[in-house]
Design a protein around this ligand. Sequence first.
Ligand code: NAD
Length: 500
Amino acid sequence: MTELTHYIDGAHVQGASGRTQPVFNPAIGASERSVPLASTQEVNTAIAAAKAAFPAWSKTPVLRRARILDKFKNILWDRADELAAILASEHGKTHDDAVGEVTRGLEVVEFAVGAPNFMKGEFSENVGSVVDSHNIRQALGVCAGITPFNFPAMVPMWMFPVALVTGNTFVLKPSERVPSASLKVAEWLTEAGLPAGVFNVVNGDKEAVDALLHSPDVKAVSFVGSTPIAKYIHQTGTANGKRVQALGGAKNHAIIMPDADLEMTANALMGAAYGSAGERCMAISVAVPVTDAVADALIDIMVPKINALKIGPTTDKTSDMGPLVTEQHLAKVRGYIDAGEAEGAKVVVDGRDFSQDMQGYEDGCFLGGTLLDNVTEDMTVWKEEIFGPVLSVVRKSSYQEALDLVHSHDYANGTAIFTRDGDTARSFSQDVEVGMIGINVPIPVPMAYHSFGGWKSSIFGEHHMHGMEGVRFYTRIKTTTTRWPSGQRTDPEFTMPTLG
Ligand code: NAD
C-alpha cells in the first residue's frame, strides 16, 4: 500500500495526523494506496505557506503569471494521457472520458492565459476638473478549493487557474476518494515555474474542510459537491466573513417533444445518462417524453442500445462506461433501483442483472445501465439524485406539463429540450428556471470562457465558475480618483520598453 502525501510550499509532505484512508480502485474492488487525512494544524501550515507567498505573487506582473500557466498548459497537453490514467485508476471512468475531462480542465487554463487582457482596468479622464478616475481588479489573498470525486482533474481546474492568474494563492482540498490527480497537478505547476507556496494541496476529510472554513486567513472558498455539503460550506464560510461559491447536486431533465429526431435523441440520451456511469453533475437522469407515443417509440429505440452497453475497466479501450466509484456507492445506486421498483416504476432494463465476462475484474463495482419507466413525482428515484447509470422516464402529455415538472424540482443545474421547433426551443430557453440549457444538446456544459453553474439548490452564492464570473469571484475592484498639482517631466528614452 503506497501512502500518498500533501503538497505544501512546493514539496510533497508526509501526513502527520496519524489518520489515513484507503484509496479504492473501483475496477478491481481493492485499495492500492492510502491517503493521509490532514489535521487542523497541517491545514494551517498550508494556509500559512499560501499566505506567505501572496505578497510577491500578487505583485508579479500578470503577464508573467500567465506565462507560467501557459507552460503548465503545455505540460498538460503533453501528459494528458498520464493524468487521465491516474484519475481513472481511482475514479473508474474510461480512459477516453478521462482524457476528455483533462481537456475540459485544460481549456480553463487556456482562458486564464488571457488574463493580461481581462485584468485590464477602466479609466475615465476628467471626472472632475483635472481629476481622473480608474479602477483595477485586485486579488483577494488565500483562496481555498474543495472538490468532489467525479471530476478529479477538471473541477479543481474550474477554480485554481483563474484564482492563480488573477494573483491569489491557493489551497486545494480534493476529494479523499480521488487524491492523486491533484498531487500530480501540483508537481507540474512547480515544474512550470510556479513559486513555492502559491498552490498547495491538503488531503483530508471534514476536519480539513472545517479548518479551511474557520481560518481567518482564507478569504474565499470555492466548493463543488453534493447539495447538503454545499449549503453547509456556504453558511459556515459566509458566517466567517468569506466569499463563497458552492455548487451542489443535480437532477437534470430532458424534454423530448413529438417533433424531435428520436434516433438522435436516443443516442444523445445514451451518452448523457450512462457516460461516466451517470456520475456527472450534468448527466441526464430524467427523460420527459411528451405523449405516450413518443415515450413508447423512444424506449423501443433505447432498450437494445442499453443492453449493448460495453461495461468494463478503464484500461479496456472498448468500454462505454466503467464501474461506480466505491462499493458503498454501488450499494446506494442499487438501493435506488430497488426503491423505484417497490414504489411502482417499471424496470425496463435492469442493471442489477449485469453480467459480462469480467476476467480479472470480478470484484469491480460494476452495474449495468438501467431504464425505469412510469416514474412519477412522488417516487424517491425522481426526488433524489441517484448519481449512477439509471435513467428515469416520466411521461407527460404536453409541453407545459413537462416544463412544470422541471420547475417542481429543487435542483436546477442543467436541462435540455429535443425538438425541431424553434419557437418551442426559444421559449424553453427563455422561460426555464435552470442555469444551463441545451437545445438538442444533452449535456450543455459551457466552454471555459463562458461560466458554469446552476440555479436554485444547485448553487449557493452569486458567482458561477470560470470565465468572467470566475474572474469576478477571485478579485475585488479598487477605484482611485486622482488630481495632480502639476505635470511630471522625464528624460527621453530611446529603446523599446520591455518587461524583461
Ligand atoms: P460530497 O459532497 O460528498 O464531497 C465533496 C467534497 O466535500 C469532498 O472534498 C469531501 O471531502 C467534502 N465533504 C464531504 N462531506 C463533508 C462534510 N460533512 N463536511 C465538510 N466537507 C465534506 O460530493 P461527492 O460525492 O464527492 O460528489 C458528488 C456530488 O457532487 C453530486 O451531488 C454531484 O451532483 C455534485 N457535483 C456537482 C457539480 C456541479 O457543478 N454542480 C459538479 C460535480 C459534482
